[in-house]
Ligand binder design. Structure first.
Ligand code: A5P
Length: 225
């Protein structure tokens, strides 16, 4: 399901585009397909949103650039952990939310690729909201985040804190449900120590959902098969 969504998104890539390359297991399928097309003659450049994606892009021989060098991003293809009816997202399950949001913000078009388990009525019911925080006095930042009525855990790998590509921690914030994602995205980012949060509001133009019956495309207010 992830693969069919990813491959459908790659159909939107045109010659000479600069492409934002998201992060995660769904994007991996897109990278593989893009690499195949590049080897067949497609001319594009990619901007990776994580060290993992950079490694994979190199493996698939996708030429890379930076936003500074390219000046613009025509299209970004990225995954998500949750998608609601307004195409608002929770991202950051893979820890790359800050770089993903930078690239999304500067992209002309954003296509999100997910399997159908990620489409939800309300954000935050099933998936905790990742918040990237600087290490300095992170416990105080955590305390400030608790005001939003969530259960917070420091993301760990085995027994050690998970470290982002930017050298920071991730706090995973579990809500019953996020009632006002638009406001919460703003409010969380006002807390000193917070680098970025995983709410992506109003950024996605199109969500391609892979399901057992094939793909479905969600666009703002319109649902097409
Ligand atoms: C990376 O930080 C995330 O935002 C991913 O895009 C998201 O977690 C989706 O990952 P999968 O495609 O692996 O489910």
């Amino acid at each position: 399901m992830k693969r069919i969504a990813a491959e459908k998104a790659v159909d939107y890539i045109e010659n000479d585009m600069t492409i934002g390359l998201g992060t995660g297991s769904t994007v991996k399928f897109a990278l593989k397909k893009i690499g195949k097309l590049v080897n067949e003659g497609l001319s594009i450049k990619g901007i990776p949103t994580s060290q993992n994606t950079k490694k994979l892009a190199k493996k698939y021989q996708i030429p890379l650039t930076t936003l500074k060098e390219a000046g613009e991003i025509h299209l970004t293809i990225d995954g998500a952990d949750e998608v609601d009816q307004n195409l608002n997202l929770i991202k950051g399950g893979g820890g790359a939310l800050t770089r993903e949001k930078i690239i999304a913000f500067h992209s002309k078009k954003i296509i999100i690729i997910v399997d159908d388990s990620k489409v939800v009525k309300s954000l935050g019911i099933d998936f905790p909201l990742p918040v990237e925080v600087v290490k300095y006095e992170w416990e105080a930042t955590k305390k400030a985040l608790e005001r939003f009525n969530c259960e917070i855990s420091l993301r760990k790998i085995m027994n050690d804190p998970y470290i982002t590509d930017n050298g920071n921690y991730i706090l995973d914030c579990e809500f019953d449900r996020i009632h006002d994602p638009e406001q919460m995205e703003i409010d969380i980012n006002l807390i000193p120590g917070v680098v970025e949060n995983g709410l992506f509001i109003g950024l996605a133009d199109r969500v391609i959902v892979g399901g057992s019956q094939g793909v479905m495309t969600l666009e703002k207010e319109i649902i097409q098969s």
